[in-house]
Design a protein around this ligand. Structure first.
Ligand SMILES: Nc1ncnc2c1ncn2[C@@H]1O[C@H](COP(=O)(O)OP(=O)(O)OP(=O)(O)O)[C@@H](O)[C@H]1O
Ligand code: SF4
Ligand SMILES: [Mg+2]
Length: 349
């Protein structure tokens, strides 16, 4: 996907009057985002200073092991964290230049869905089993666009056709259990794009699907992204799945982005030992449950993140400085960011 700055020109006419317009193509600015969970055992520091941007027409993959903070980052952007136990002690999330973290809920409701939409990690189980799928898609138009029953159902059929559900017209009244996993995921995508959002966050959109269906779903997301010039955030623990679709990859570890780069550059030459470990694990991606297993050890307990670089207990490059000073995410080559005291050695070694 090439990055373009045609902004929202390709969006549906009903969105032309949106109160939000990207500034120089920029949709999202996430700066120094922190999220912590106040638990009985102490404070779990799930997000520890995340920074990234997303432009119209761009696909950013957020990659990391389980527990690295991918979903919490998405939930913070969507404004759906339960607070408490969650708290956002510092940081900023701007959408088209407007701060979301302090935006009143009645205003934010108009962002969540019509502007920034999300496909949830447990999407396959989040369809309501007792309502027909068409009715559930149509509900988006009734709620947000005030459409009547027959118009909203007509829109639902059009969307089901767009996400390539065969026989959409005759299946609009079918129930979720009458669809395969891949088709249910298409229905979730249809619901997420129903209001023509400028930003779509897809949290592990293919995890529960077999490899062929995974490829079809990624292909569909890529098509929709190009067609609508959406900013797409693809969350995954599986480097193989996003490689063909993403423009940039942000690698997360213990609630921080430790490397960010153009997909091709990152594959060619990682600048962070953690990314290098992830790439080394790629040959095992075809073995279910074995992804990312080439790196020894476990991610840190978020109640007690080690001082210095949080990756140091697992890093074969670690030196004394790594146990004392936390490396900042810095530009280590044009367009390349890495948070490692020895980025140059990793990059050129
Ligand atoms: N409500 C909560 N209370 C306490 N801790 C939480 C809560 N929600 C999330 N966390 C913690 O925050 C950390 C980050 O969670 P998150 O769901 O973002 O991980 P993830 O990167 O999406 O992982 P996965 O790949 O398994 O989906 C985890 O350690 C998780 O246990
Ligand atoms: S800062 Fe040190 S411990 Fe952290 S990734 Fe770099 S070399 Fe490894
Ligand atoms: Mg998750």
């Amino acid at each position: 996907m090439s990055t373009t700055h045609t902004a929202r020109h390709a969006r549906a006419p009903q969105e032309a009057g949106s109160a939000y317009q990207p500034i120089d193509g920029r949709l999202l600015d996430v700066e120094d985002l922190h999220v912590e969970f106040h638990t009985d055992d102490g404070i779990a520091r799930a997000i520890n200073g995340v920074n990234f941007t997303l432009d119209a027409g761009e696909t950013l993959a957020i990659l990391g092991e389980s527990g690295s903070g991918k979903s919490v980052t998405a939930q913070a952007i969507m404004g759906i964290l339960d607070m408490p136990p969650a708290k956002i002690p510092q940081g900023s999330v701007r959408y088209c230049g407007q701060e979301l973290l302090t935006m009143p809920e009645d205003q934010r409701r108009h962002v969540r869905g019509p502007e920034i939409s999300m496909i949830f990690q447990d999407a396959l189980s989040s369809l309501n089993p007792v309502f027909p799928v068409g009715w559930q898609i149509a509900e988006m138009f009734r709620q947000h666009r005030g459409m009547n029953k027959s118009d909203s159902l007509e829109q639902a059929v059009r969307l089901m056709e767009r996400v390539a559900i065969p026989g959409a017209k005759s299946r609009v009244k079918a129930f979720p259990h009458q669809f395969s996993g891949g088709m249910r995921q298409r229905i979730m995508i249809a619901m997420a794009i129903a209001l023509d959002p400028a930003v779509l966050i897809a949290d592990e959109p293919t995890t529960a699907l077999d490899v062929t269906v995974q490829a079809q779903i990624m292909g569909l997301l890529a098509e929709l992204q190009q067609e609508r010039q959406m900013g797409l955030i693809l969350i995954t623990h599986d480097l193989g799945v996003v490689a063909d679709v993403a423009d940039r990859i942000a690698v997360m570890y213990a609630g921080r982005i430790v490397e960010q780069a153009d997909v091709y550059e990152l594959y060619r030459k990682p600048a962070h030992p953690y990314t290098k470990g992830l790439l080394d694990s790629i040959p095992r991606l075809d073995q279910k449950g074995e992804t990312l297993s080439a790196i020894g050890g476990l991610p840190p307990n978020l109640l007690r993140i080690p001082p210095g670089c949080s990756f140091n207990p697992r890093c074969r490059y670690a030196q004394d400085v790594c146990r004392q000073d936390r490396p900042e995410l810095l530009e280590v080559a044009p367009g390349r960011l890495s948070a490692c005291h020895f980025s140059q050695e990793v990059l050129h070694g």
